[in-house]
Design a protein around this ligand. Structure first.
Ligand SMILES: [Zn+2]
Ligand SMILES: [Zn+2]
Length: 233
């Protein structure tokens, strides 16, 4: 669908660190309004935790964090630009359908416009691949800096069934870390942090997500404080 082959948007994915001078996020837009959108089937029980952690880490950056809706990809758009791939992480022989991040950003952007939110976060249970780099499959998340929205896919964050102890805790903790990470890209920097347990560290696999904390390290915290200072609050 040509509607989604929209090259005027500049997409940044997790894998490409850019110079901080290229960071467009330092503008006078904070404090801001954050809207959360579910695309697919996500349990709303995660919302209270997300609200708590987003407020804790990005303290006073958001006037409000609102859940602005649940939706599905419209059936006439479902097939467009999909990819069918084997999920190597889950080691199943069955191919799964991956949706391009552009398609999800479009849905989030439309809802942001409708509800007047300047930052949008989408959560989906669908597997996703990057529209800006088609070799990036089964992404945990991606940010679209120019449009100030991000998407986190829970598909590959689900713990294995044999990880019985703390299944829910582990699952929600991974979602929280990825959400904080993507919002961090929008607010602080496109760069990844090298500090071991910093939430802005790039995670290539679940183990790396589990090994980092949901918090910003001192260096990233000072970047956040700098954005706060530049926005005069
Ligand atoms: Zn990242
Ligand atoms: Zn850091």
């Amino acid at each position: 669908m040509p509607k989604y082959l929209n090259n005027k948007y500049f997409f940044i994915n997790q894998e490409i660190p850019l110079q901080s001078s290229q960071n467009p996020s330092i503008k006078y837009i904070y404090p801001s309004h954050l809207g959360i959108v579910f695309i697919g089937k996500i349990s709303t029980s995660i919302l209270t935790k997300l609200d708590f952690y987003i407020n804790k880490i990005f303290n006073s950056f958001f006037y409000e964090i609102l859940f602005i809706g649940e939706c599905e990809i419209p059936s006439d758009l479902y097939e467009s630009e999909i990819r069918k791939e084997h999920n190597l992480l889950k080691q199943t022989s069955k191919e799964v359908i991956l949706q391009p991040t552009n398609k999800l950003y479009n849905i989030i952007r439309n809802l942001m416009k409708k509800h007047n939110f300047n930052i949008g976060l989408g959560l989906t249970d669908l597997p996703i691949y990057s529209s800006s780099d088609k070799s990036l499959l089964f992404l945990f998340g991606e940010s679209n800096i120019n449009d100030r929205c991000a998407i986190v896919s829970t598909h590959n964050l689900i713990p294995q069934l044999n990880e019985e102890s703390g299944y829910n805790l582990k699952f929600s903790s991974r979602i929280i870390k990825e959400v904080i990470h993507e919002i961090g890209h929008i607010i602080i920097s496109l760069e990844h942090c090298l500090t071991t347990d910093c939430v802005m560290r790039f995670s290539q696999n679940l183990e790396e997500i589990d090994n980092k904390s949901a918090n910003l390290c001192e260096k990233c915290q000072s970047k956040l404080n700098e954005v706060r200072r530049k926005n005069n609050f």
